[in-house]
Design a protein around this ligand. Structure first.
Ligand code: 4AD
Ligand code: MG
Length: 468
């Protein structure tokens, strides 16, 4: 077989290789479909660079019939052929095969993606192969584009990418949903005299867990470098089997010295709009595909979010609206309760019909580190609520007053001695500061129009589900 330089399918389809028209080129990829008649076969080939396939035309008479039979959906091919302008409507160019090598066959009897039109539920069962479908190719290309845009957004604004540890000793959110990290022998746990687990014999000489949030360590970065963001995996052992919860999810947590709540809200709104615009500009083909398959209003909804001002509303006002709504909620509503996603979605989808930033929540339902308002009852929290998702961002201005912070820790049962490292930020050169956390997969639910969070991460981790 002639050794020709391979051209990626996206370049062929987007006209970047038009100087090669009428010349022989090489394409490589996986067969999405093969059809035709006894003289000619049409192979739709995909290499993952773009949702569309290149059409390869095969004059059967020129090839070994046995080899042609072994080309089935899912097989991987190296093809040399002439690049020609296409007569078909679907694409501008196609390849007339001159030489074909099969890298790997895919037995049609056993290849799970032999047929089209599998449900998303079925594809979740074969999460190791689903990236080969158009849907998951589109979703994971968008996931990449959003990750790239996140770094670009913050780098352009002079934020520093800060790496908080994944193994920690603190429960930042105080929700007790930590996965323990240990090298102790679970069949033979060392115990102290009073019968407790003897963590002094554990790897770190103390009890440790996977982080639920990089925020507290992020604050140390912000109070020295000014503006930082984290972007990494976080882990929560909450037993919620919902379409919006993962036990391993990625979070972006910017933290800014000298920012108060208002500036925090401005940044959050600008950030989300930037990401959605970036997707609209850079992920057109994939968004159009997802729109045509799953969600007719996808692009319109994305455009709406970019163009509209988010509502900014106090928790107390939201409760008044919800109480006056005459809706039958599964969880009844009154001042002091935490909002459930049904309440959040009522506000966003029915009442305001646009994203809402809800602030000033009762302190009892929020984490210890949030700054108390003058009323003594509420804190400077902000949740950004989105159509179809509910909460997409949680954040706050932080309590920067040492005494108040220590008092609040004691109230919620945190021993200030255990967090000396954190309190040192308040002890030495404390400043007003703020930050928030964007759930990366929740953002992706919004941008892709997928409805189950398991479908926007390559290998979802949920209760009783960690196959790979
Ligand atoms: O509201 P949360 O718990 O806030 C924090 O962790 C703060 N430390 C953030 C900060 O201020 N730096 O989580 C933030 C976001 C949520 O709004 C949601 O989008 C996402 O993280 N999230 C989850 N996403 C998927 N699965 C889960 N189990 C999630 N829990 C939270
Ligand atoms: Mg939250």
């Amino acid at each position: 077989m002639k050794d020709l330089k391979r051209i990626e399918i996206i370049d062929l389809l987007q006209g970047k290789a038009d100087d090669q028209i009428e010349k022989e080129i090489c394409v490589k990829g996986w067969v999405r479909s093969k059809r035709g008649n006894k003289n000619i076969a049409f192979i739709a080939l995909n290499d993952g660079t773009i949702v569309h396939n290149i059409q390869v035309v095969v004059e059967l008479a020129q090839f070994d019939q046995d080899m042609i039979k072994r080309i089935t959906t899912g097989a991987s091919l190296r093809i040399n052929g002439k690049l020609v302008e296409s007569v078909g409507q679907e694409q501008n160019v196609e390849v007339q095969a001159t030489e074909i090598e099969i890298y790997g066959e895919a037995d049609p009897e056993t290849y799970p993606l032999q047929k089209k039109g599998h449900t998303l539920e079925f594809l979740r069962e074969i999460a190791h192969l689903r990236p080969r479908t158009n849907t998951f190719g589109a979703v994971f290309r968008i996931r990449h584009a959003m990750a790239f845009a996140i770094h670009k957004f913050y780098n352009d604004k002079r934020f520093f990418y800060w790496h908080s540890p994944l193994i920690t000793v603190s429960d930042a959110e105080g929700a007790g949903e930590m996965f323990q990290v240990t090298t102790l022998d679970l069949d033979n746990i060392p115990r102290t005299e009073n019968g407790k687990v003897d963590y002094s014999q554990d790897f770190y000489g103390r009890e440790t867990s996977l982080t639920v949030s990089g925020q507290l360590e992020g604050e140390l970065g912000a109070l020295s470098l000014g503006k930082i963001y984290t972007f990494g995996p976080t882990f929560r052992a909450e037993n919620s089997n919902t379409p919006r919860h993962l036990s391993e999810f990625w979070m972006i947590e910017p933290e800014m010295a000298f920012y108060e709540l208002e500036e925090n809200m401005n940044l959050a709104e600008e950030f989300i709009k930037y990401l959605v615009s970036y997707a609209l500009e850079n992920c057109k083909d994939d968004l159009e595909f997802l729109q045509s398959m799953y969600d007719k209003e996808l692009v319109e909804r994305l455009q709406h979010v970019v163009e509209t001002d988010f509502v900014r509303l106090k928790y107390t006002e939201a409760i008044t609206i919800l109480e006056a709504s005459n809706q039958k909620f599964e969880y009844p509503i009154s001042w002091g309760v935490d909002l459930q996603s049904e309440h959040e979605r009522y506000l966003v989808e029915k009442h305001f019909k646009k994203p809402v930033i809800l602030i000033d929540y009762p302190k009892e339902i929020k984490a210890f580190y949030m700054k108390e308002n003058a009323d003594g009852k509420t804190v400077r929290a902000m949740d950004v609520l989105f159509p179809k998702i509910g909460e997409i961002i949680g954040g706050s201005q932080r309590e920067d007053n040492m005494d108040k912070l220590v008092a609040r820790m004691k109230e919620v049962g945190i021993d200030p001695k255990d967090m000396k490292w954190y309190l040192d930020t308040r002890r030495f050169g404390s400043v007003p500061h703020s930050g928030f956390g964007l759930g990366f997969e929740r953002l992706l639910l919004f941008v892709t129009g997928m409805v189950n969070i398991r479908d926007v991460i390559p290998f979802p981790r949920t209760p009783k589900n960690a196959e790979f």
